[in-house]
Design a protein around this ligand. Sequence first.
Ligand code: DGL
Length: 265
Amino acid sequence: MSAPPTILVFDSGLGGLTVLREIVRARPDAHYVYVADDAFFPYGHHGEDEIIARVVPLVGELIKAHAPDLVVIACNTASTLVMSHLRAAYTLPFVGTVPAIKPACASSTTKRVSVLGTSGTVKREYTRKLIHDFAQGCEVTLVGSGELASLAEAALNGHTVRDVEIAAELAPCFVGTGADDPARTDTIVLACTHYPLLLDRLTKLAPWPVDWIDPAPAIARRVSDLLGPPGREHDELGAEMLFTSKRRHTLAQALTPFFGGRVPA
Ligand code: DGL
């Protein structure tokens, strides 16, 4: 009987859990190691060279320690910079998370799309190129949020996050004059894996209804394709959650849904 594959999912913090949740759904036959680089969080506040210098060797150490079959970089702020470096340095398959501009622009009817990401992600050359290549006639507004990832972490940790704090980060995404404007924004790309953690709040605070585009299901399909046909579900697949700060996670109850009901060690 072959051993279950190990998938390592990496983010700066808890946002990558929104990607993990979809991958676990698609591949319940795998063992999962989730790593939050909380010692360096938030990535959105760091420069490009700093992120490359941090993530590439750190992922190398994690590969050595956990021998994964595949690594998912569940972070837009990192993926828009490090994927080519990782692929050049290590031989296993990598899957990144980048702003879902192509599907968003393809599905927008008003042709007005906003990309909500960290201030790092919206500044990237990579993101600009996605718009250049895939905007398909849409007007794309880039909205860099300084605080939304931290607010999402706070909310998941059970702290109170006020509506006004979230609404302030969200407001620039809504372009247009309101209900009668046929060209108002109708699609928002969630270009940071933390933001789907707040989806209920974002939906509630939106001045008008929009489609929120989360790339996690597409990432899960890509992971599944790369792994090949699923094996038998083993009894003891388990999951691990690690923080680079070395703190123990104290969120077991809140975390289990992201791990498909498993309690991460
Ligand atoms: N989750 C990360 C992303 O997808 C960003 C959060 C951070 O600033 O560290 O971009």
